[in-house]
Design a protein around this ligand. Sequence first.
Ligand code: SF4
Length: 522
Amino acid sequence: MLAAKFLAQAICAVVDKEMTRRCFSPCDTDPCENQSQDGSSFAAPCLGAKRHPVAVELTPDKPHEACGIVAVCGHPEAAKLTYLGLYALQHRGQESAGIATIHEGRMHVHKGSGLVADVFDEAALRRLPGSVAIGHVRYSTTGSSLETNAQPLVANYRGGALAVAHNGNITNAANIREELEQRGAIFQSSTDTEVLIHLVAQAATADFDEALFMALVRLRGAYSMLVLHPERLVAVKDPRGFRPLCFGKLGNAYVMASESCALDIMNAEYLRELAPGEMLTYRDGELLATRPFPPAEPAFCVFEYIYFSRPDSLAQSRSIYEYRERLGQQLAEEHPAEADVVIAVPDSSIPAAIGYARRSGIPYAMGLIRSHYVGRTFIEPDQAIRDFGARIKYNAVRSVLEDKRVVVVDDSIVRGTTSRKIVNMLRAAGAREIHMRISAPPWRNPCYFGIDTPRRERLIAATAGDVETIRQFIGCDTLGFLSLEGLLKVVPRTQQYCTACFTGDYPPGQAPTGEFTKQILE
Ligand code: SF4
């Protein structure tokens, strides 16, 4: 019985109506007993007897990006340009997309589940008139992947219509929501963003700017946010400046976006990143910059440099690509290896691998090829197709790897499961030695500021204790992580950073006080 159990590789999928949740677990119970309490994560792969259809996550074992936001102010084709901007930010969220515009005092909105190209067509964009628009692509970090949670969130209150697009996580949203519900507020979504709308609506002032400020000062955590109102558009960053938000010009129009790659696609000129706590207000063709919040110690997410932002985006007016290459060079200095070839886990680790190769003098080659056309698929699991999820996404190039000592550079290890599959794949393709190098310190703590990471007990660096235990789990010959000091040496010193996922030092007063899960508001 036990033998049979161990012979059958079982992968159990728990599927609900709104989203597919996956469990890779020994599954003799239904629903699976290994599902986490909040229902959002599952145990690492192991063996069981029961067989179910499985939803294979084809971008596994990476922290999921936050969201992407775009605004266009003062352009006759505001909705179309916003659409283009969202297209460029698709890597920041693939669950839903939406655009809201203002025309003759009326709010127009179109949003839905799926990719930007699935949600919008010509007809949908024609129904979004006006010269001011905000847009959003979402990966849920609070609230499930429901259509009601798609942004921009739109509401009518006594001051008129209001639309909000938010990137980040408001860590005291549950407390504020409870307080508002006790006062009679009825919430339409399970996102943290909606509390902002209720706070504005319930503010003891009819002045919108004042009401917005009074609402924003109640929030803790991370928000890069766009707020659209019939008379103005506001772009604002929280006082710590966790998440990115930049702005630029397109003729007489202004453009704001999570990353500069969204400005490039519109052919807009990049001006600069918003400072922590900065607020830009567009009204009657003018853009006004203010710093309304009391000063706080900045905490820009250092992981934007390592992984989240697109390499062609700018940070501090220099390309993210450049910094990633320098992270690879620093990694080579800290963890040299005797090897024949350097390869990357594509695509995000390619600049770091090139940097490693350049500093070490070991040639760079493409030893892993990534398929760009995979999404999710359903299969019947079977021993014969173990590691299918990794193999459908990556394939090893035997001619590059056979009989070689290989340095493989990746930018993060979260649960370790994908790294282990990649090592198996490289060995199967003939690699003689595998030296894994990670262009970030070990990820030991969950992020509460807009990145979806597993709970601490699912993070291999948190549970394994030391690098040697992680190496044994992954199965490589040597393993080296970039040091925190090395990371901070490379990224611009003109900023201060959040490094909490590595250090556990959350910016004071910003982490949630109690249990925090993605479904906390459901
Ligand atoms: S905890 Fe990590 S991922 Fe989250 S904001 Fe801080 S540095 Fe970024």
